[in-house]
Design a protein around this ligand. Structure first.
Ligand SMILES: Cc1cc2nc3c(=O)[nH]c(=O)nc-3n(C[C@H](O)[C@H](O)[C@H](O)COP(=O)(O)OP(=O)(O)OC[C@H]3O[C@@H](n4cnc5c(N)ncnc54)[C@H](O)[C@@H]3O)c2cc1C
Length: 493
């Protein structure tokens, strides 16, 4: 392979071979490449295949919208777990909230910067490692989409958009989330209606919704809140109705839990998790729930709140989840996940305030309801809604329907051609829970043959079924840092 200077973006000539091909240059792919280049025992050719212009950002952080904020304080986001002051230092060097974003300071005195600001940080870290790194590795960004994979003598060959092919000894799939798919009543012709907003992160599209339109929001999670906050900022005056089957919204962080978060790295990097150390092992989802509830009652009796005991479980998922039998994992996903997620993911306080204001003014309402049917109705969409626990139905016309049902991680529903190709060729198999791919503890893909493949690693949110916590940035970074020494050693041979 022809060598290039560090940090060059290859656009002109096809790259044919690399030691490592990282598919997906969001947060996960960037952190993987950064740490591999720091740990490698020899100079490696590392290629990041990512269609976005700005590597390191991905779906979550490739945004310039001022209302897209981190959903947890700045301090728990990091690229380098062993340098917790690095990101706060970088932010302070840029002038801190006063210079960068005066609204970043939450009411509890912690910082909730814009997601785009964190994306800028990750991109800068990646680019600085592209320019030079401890192992002398070359990290390059190819702006392309990986379309399919095929095993070859080296490891895998990837077919990329634009007609290039890339052969690599190790392929790392860091492809993250797929856009939410339209729920069944909105699939097909309805999803093509101009009033249907398929991509809730497309702020330009949100800006085209007429200010007086009656808007239906499908979902109540952070994605929905982000989109509603943008609508309200745009001066939306029409009514907004958000619906979800169970009607569960992100629970605000209790006031008693205000202040700086505890050191998350110490809480996670331990031989036995906090929850298991305190309560022993649990074989069922129900006994986990009961233990958690008992902990919350004890905390509340002594003036505390649910956030502490819940945080102990959240920071122990790496240990608790893999130990649960498959049937219990499925039970959790069926009955408890929505409830768990409503406690797990908080909204940035700035967004919370805007949403509360619109709710108090009667412009925004939340309903536990289900969309039974939807049809095109001139320039609007007619939707039949059924309230939870009721047989009553009502039909309403909406000028816009925003699909905020949340990112999709099921390989069998993915419209990502690489994911489909890996599954179709049996190189990777869906996790038995159906969410993400099956991997071993080192993130080696377990394909149809049942054996972990040392040439194919799957990392980040696509490992949800295996680890259940690979969604937040700190959890992703910590797992990558745990498996990378083994990967670097294998590439040394
Ligand atoms: C809207 C949103 C907000 C979030 N906010 C926070 C937060 O505040 N704090 C937090 O800790 N976590 C947050 N998260 C969780 C977040 O997902 C993780 O922190 C992390 O960003 C996941 O990064 P990723 O690179 O794995 O995935 P993604 O961000 O999804 O990036 C995957 C990348 O892979 C690329 N890709 C996909 N398929 C291919 C292909 N075939 N070929 C080439 N490239 C491909 C995509 O273009 C994309 O850039 C948020 C998630 C979302 C969706």
């Amino acid at each position: 392979m022809r060598r290039r200077g560090f940090g060059q973006v290859s656009r002109e000539a096809p790259v044919t071979a690399a030691d490592v091909a990282v598919v997906g240059g969001g947060f996960t792919g960037a952190v993987f490449a950064i740490h591999l280049s720091r740990l490698a025992g020899r100079p490696l050719d590392i290629v990041i295949v990512e269609p976005r212009e700005r590597p390191g950002r991905g779906v979550a952080y490739d945004t310039d919208d001022p209302d897209h904020r981190l959903n947890a304080p700045l301090q728990i986001h990091f690229v380098y777990p062993d340098a917790p002051d690095h990101l706060p230092g970088w932010y302070a060097e840029r002038g801190g909230p006063e210079a960068v974003d005066p609204e970043a300071m939450g009411p509890d005195g912690t910082l909730y910067p814009r997601r785009g600001e964190f994306g800028r940080y990750v991109e800068e870290q990646l680019r600085s490692h592209m320019a030079g790194n401890a192992s002398g590795s070359a990290i390059r960004h190819i702006r392309a989409r990986a379309l399919s994979a095929r095993r070859n003598a080296a490891g895998y060959r990837l077919d990329l958009s634009g007609g290039q092919t890339l052969s690599a000894r190790l392929v790392v799939v860091a492809a993250g989330y797929a856009r939410p798919r339209p729920p069944p009543p909105f699939a097909g012709a309805v999803s093509g209606h101009p009033g249907f907003v398929a991509d809730p992160w497309d702020t330009h599209r949100l800006g085209n919704i007429p200010a007086d339109a009656s808007v239906l929001v499908l979902g109540m999670s952070q994605t929905a809140s982000d989109a509603i906050a943008v609508l309200l900022r745009n001066g939306h005056t029409g009514p907004i109705t958000a619906v979800a089957r169970r009607g569960l919204r992100p629970r605000p962080k209790p006031e008693t839990a205000a202040g700086l978060p505890p050191d998350i790295v110490d809480r996670i990097r331990r031989p036995v998790s906090l929850f298991t150390a305190a309560h022993g092992r649990h074989g069922t989802a129900l006994s986990l729930l009961r233990t958690l509830r008992a902990g919350v009652r004890r905390a509340e009796a002594s003036g505390g709140d649910w956030f502490g005991p819940f945080g102990d479980l959240r920071d122990s998922v790496w240990d608790v989840w893999p130990a649960l039998p498959l049937a219990e994992k499925r039970r959790f996903l069926r009955h408890l996940r929505v409830w768990y997620d409503a406690h797990r993911f908080q909204l940035p306080p700035q967004v919370e305030v805007r949403i509360a204001g619109a709710e108090a003014a009667g412009q925004l309402s939340f309903e536990a309801a289900f969309c039974e049917s939807a049809a095109r109705d001139g320039d609007a969409l007619s939707v039949t809604l059924r309230r939870r626990g009721s047989e009553e139905r009502r039909a309403e016309r909406f000028g816009a329907v925003m699909n905020c049902t949340g990112p999709d991680l099921r390989p069998d529903r993915s419209d990502n051609p690489l994911i489909a190709s890996l599954a179709a060729r049996g190189y990777a198999a869906a996790h038995p829970t159906g969410i993400g791919f099956a991997v071993d503890a080192e993130c080696r893909a377990v394909g149809a043959g049942g054996q972990p493949d040392p040439h194919l690693r799957i990392v980040g949110p696509l490992t949800y079924g295996a680890f259940a916590d690979q969604q937040g940035a700190p959890f992703i970074a910590l797992r990558l840092c745990a498996i990378l020494p083994g990967i670097a050693a294998a590439l040394q041979r």
